[in-house]
Ligand binder design. Structure first.
Ligand SMILES: *Cc1c(COP(=O)(O)O)cnc(C)c1O
Length: 420
């Protein structure tokens, strides 16, 4: 059982096998040199100290070799994306052929829908969560419109029940029971960005497939803090960004997963570019398109090496730590955070994230009664960096890679003071 003393938090940090990783990151500091309490790894992960060296390596190789860097660089640019694949596949529980790093998340969602949203006149609807991230909503809305459908007919929202904030799997079952024959695609956030609810991805895939729907998962809030086991889940496709929990820098590239069952299907419709083409003949330049098997066949362009270097810096660290150790710490750290918040016995606050550790990642969304954005501003002024969602929710992510138990302790102490 946890207790509420600072000594306890410090003792937990001493016992934490991953404690040393904090020092491998740049933690922003206040004017007195004290670390900010950074709880927004779910928005932009902190910078690994190694990132600069990884990027500098590529800048040097560019300076020294120009175009020859494609082959002569220490990490040759031609296959550079392949250097990321194995580590990325481990993070999401996929086979290497199922994963590639490219583009940005929303771009990948569109490219994946080009292939996996193939509506007919009668089977064309798309299911999303009612609290889907806006970009995902706009992406499916515009896909419906692009195919000539009316969004008010075609977009189905999986909603929490009246008076509740979390999604219930039985309600998705009912939607599919009633309208499954008209539904072409489910596109669901594996971890909901607003509530932090981690849904049973495998169950969603089973339910969707039973009605011959395609199933896609947005893992932006899951990649790097849960183990989604994408391959075993059977979902058709997934995408996630790398600048949140994967610490790869603002606007960095995204991950894409296409299940192995689709890897060799060259008949799938897609938007292609020269990087979609078979590597062995890509540079003959005059060949008809011969799509590369697996996720790499969804690439369009030669990718930005500087951004991939930052991703490599981070993934090398994830590889070293492993998702088992990371998730173990994550559950403890988030559980401790929840414990301290509950010990405040403050009826102004309510944690809307599921209390079951298997149904959440490393985020707690705290609803504050009668709060407005000023509360968030006061937290920010105290260098407690959290994320505010209208109308009254503060999202906080204790990130297992760099947040400490003491961070969590200090955060709750200051939060208590600001609340009263
Ligand atoms: C962060 C996030 C996005 C952002 O998409 P970008 O294309 O990377 O700007 C989209 N969807 C979800 C669920 C997110 O969490």
């Amino acid at each position: 059982m946890h207790n509420t003393t600072l000594e306890y938090a410090q003792q937990k940090d001493q016992q934490d096998p991953l404690a040393s990783y904090r020092s491998k990151f740049h933690i922003p500091k206040d004017a007195n040199g004290n670390d900010w309490l950074y709880f927004t790894g779910n928005s932009l992960g902190l910078q690994p100290k190694s990132t600069k060296d990884y990027i500098n390596q590529e800048l040097e190789d560019w300076a020294n070799f120009g175009v020859e860097g494609h082959f002569e660089a220490k990490n040759p640019w031609m296959p550079y994306h392949e250097f990321l694949t194995e580590s990325m596949a481990k993070i999401v529980g996929a086979k290497p052929i199922e994963v590639v790093t490219m583009n940005t998340l929303t771009t990948n969602l569109h490219l994946l829908m080009v292939s996996f949203y193939q509506p007919t006149k009668t089977k064309y609807k798309i299911v999303i969560e009612s609290d889907a991230f806006p970009s995902d909503r706009y992406a499916v809305q515009t896909q419906l419109e692009f195919h000539g459908f009316d969004v008010s007919q075609g977009l189905i929202e999986w909603k929490p029940r009246a008076g509740e904030t979390l999604l219930n799997m039985e309600d998705l079952e009912s939607i599919l029971e009633e309208q499954g024959d008209e539904i072409a695609l489910l596109l669901i956030g594996g971890v909901n960005y607003y509530t932090g609810q981690y849904l049973d991805i495998k169950r969603i895939a089973q339910l969707g497939h039973a009605k011959h729907c395609m199933v896609g998962i947005d893992l932006a809030h899951g990649a790097g803090n849960i183990k989604p086991e994408l391959h075993n889940s059977g979902v058709d496709f997934a995408a996630w960004c790398t600048y949140k929990y994967l610490n790869s820098g603002p606007g960095s590239l995204a991950g894409l997963f296409v299940h192995e069952k689709h890897a060799h299907n060259k008949d799938l419709k897609r938007f292609a570019g020269w990087w979609s083409h078979n590597k062995s003949t890509r540079f003959n330049m005059r060949q008809p398109l011969d799509v590369t098997p697996g996720a790499e066949g969804w690439q369009l362009s030669n990718p930005p090496i500087l951004s991939m270097a930052a991703i490599k810096a981070s993934l090398d660290m994830f590889n070293e730590v492993g998702m088992d150790a990371l998730c173990k710490k994550s559950k403890e750290l988030t559980g401790y955070f929840e414990f301290l918040l509950n010990q405040l016995h403050n009826d102004k606050i309510k944690i809307i994230t599921p209390s079951n550790p298997d149904e959440r990642g490393c985020q707690l969304s705290i609803q504050v009664k009668d709060a407005d954005k000023r509360l968030h501003e006061r937290l920010t002024d105290a260098h407690i960096i959290t994320d505010w969602r209208e109308p009254d929710v503060i999202r906080c992510a204790p990130v297992p890679m760099y947040n400490s138990f003491e961070d969590v302790y200090r955060m709750v102490e200051k939060f208590k003071a600001i609340l009263s």
